[in-house]
Ligand binder design. Structure first.
Ligand code: AKB
Length: 316
């Protein structure tokens, strides 16, 4: 039986992932953790929860031993926008946190799943249908730590036989948890503002295409890759995956099918726009499809419909 420790569980992916995994593996077999407790957060009263700073190696080891952990999903990380405001902290958390997790995994023979990101790509990466194996020269500290993390995780597999796996997530859109400090976050904020104010001012400019994914598909990807047959994995860290690619105008057009008076304006954030410009327009995720059966369910139309339905209920 798997016993799964989730780090950074109070972030955008963690809340949904904890619930999703508890549904599959049982409530007592999924242990969310975060640097601090957050009173009022739903995960505080839904079962076990532990405080864990990923920079504290001993604490990771203590939790692994106490709960007989077999798998770690390592979500704790600083994202692209926040990373640029404090690159030193981003390096520290993203690299030293990952190093500690990998070391504990090596010593205790654990499997580790580490999300990577489209941020691993940079200005000179092919922009359209970006291949699985291509030029990776990111311009953000977040991207630098994610490429380094991919290399380190592959190294731990090759050198020590640690079962490491990962996906390069695009922007994630969820009706539950809010994202924090990312370049793709506009694609979540727009829904809240469309419902509340019928208008949104986008910090990402017109014509900027980025890959995106609806949260249910992201959760499915994590479990599917974790469960994938090792012998079929030619790549490990990390797989390109995507579900849709759009720019703010395309998203606004879909929203208008449900909220016809919705207006999209722009107040472009230069720093975030620069980051977005350095990322792909669209990914080629065929290796994930062949090696472990990746097949997203939601596209732009079905995601928008579901997101608006869920948010309307939530905000009512
Ligand atoms: C970000 O925008 O930083 C993240 C990501 C694409 O990794 N959502």
């Amino acid at each position: 039986m798997k016993k799964i420790l989730i780090t950074g569980a109070l972030g955008q992916i963690g809340t949904d992932l904890t619930r999703y995994m508890r549904g599959i593996y049982g409530k007592e077999n999924v242990l969310p953790s975060s640097r601090k407790r957050k009173e009022g957060h739903p995960l505080m009263d839904e079962g076990n929860f532990e405080t864990l700073d990923v920079l504290d190696y001993e604490r990771i080891e203590e939790l692994v031993e106490k709960h007989q952990v077999t798998h770690i999903v390592h979500l704790a990380a600083i994202l692209s926008g926040t990373g640029e405001k404090n690159p030193q902290v981003a390096w520290d958390i993203n690299m030293n946190g990952l190093y500690n997790v990998l070391e504990v995994a090596r010593i205790h023979d654990l499997s580790v799943l580490i999300p990577s990101s489209i941020a691993v790509f940079g200005e000179n990466t092919p922009k359209d249908q970006t291949p699985q194996d291509t030029i990776m020269r990111p311009s953000t500290i977040y991207g630098v730590t994610k490429v380094s993390g991919e290399l380190l995780a592959d190294y731990y597999h090759r050198k020590f036989g640690v079962d490491t796996r990962g996906v390069r997530f695009p922007g994630l859109i969820s009706s539950d948890a809010m994202p924090g400090g990312g370049t793709t976050d506009y694609a979540v904020h727009i829904f809240y503002e469309a419902i509340k104010n019928k208008e949104y001012s986008s910090f990402i400019g017109k014509g900027t295409f980025m890959d995106m994914m609806y949260m249910p598909d992201a959760l499915k990807a994590i479990v599917q890759l974790m469960e994938a047959d090792e012998s079929k994995l030619k790549h490990r860290n990390a797989f390109n995956i995507t579900a849709m690619s759009f720019d703010p105008e395309m998203l606004a057009k879909e929203i208008r099918k449900f909220i016809p008076e919705f207006q999209l304006k722009y107040d472009v954030d230069e720093n975030l726009q620069k980051i977005a410009n350095s990322w792909p327009n669209s990914l080629d995720d065929s290796e994930a499809r062949t090696q472990w059966g990746w097949d997203p369910e939601y596209n732009l139309t079905s995601m928008t419909k579901d997101m608006l339905e869920k948010l309307k209920k939530k905000l009512d």
